[in-house]
Design a binder for this molecule. Structure first.
Ligand code: FES
Length: 79
């Protein structure tokens, strides 16, 4: 429980898209609400539209998509 809270706080403080100041918490919420691709996440959050044009955040968003997809699969496999 405390660890979940800590992760939640860290996610709010961690900026995935530095140019647009978009947190990992926002990215996770969009992915959990159904975004499955980089472009869907970018469209929903505005990430990738900053001065670096997604050079810095695209890799991090793709990693987050993979991470959440894997945790979703492992959650479904557990009875
Ligand atoms: S870090 Fe996301 S657009 Fe630059």
């Amino acid at each position: 429980m405390d660890e979940d809270k800590n992760i939640e706080i860290i996610d709010k403080m961690t900026k995935v898209c530095i140019c647009k100041s978009i947190s990992r918490a926002t990215m996770k919420k969009v992915i959990q609400n159904g975004a499955t691709t980089l472009s869907e996440v970018q469209k929903a959050t505005g990430a990738g539209s900053g001065s670096c044009h997604g050079r810095r955040c695209s890799v991090k968003i793709n990693a987050l998509l993979e991470e959440l997809k894997e945790s979703d699969i492992s959650n479904k496999e557990t009875p």
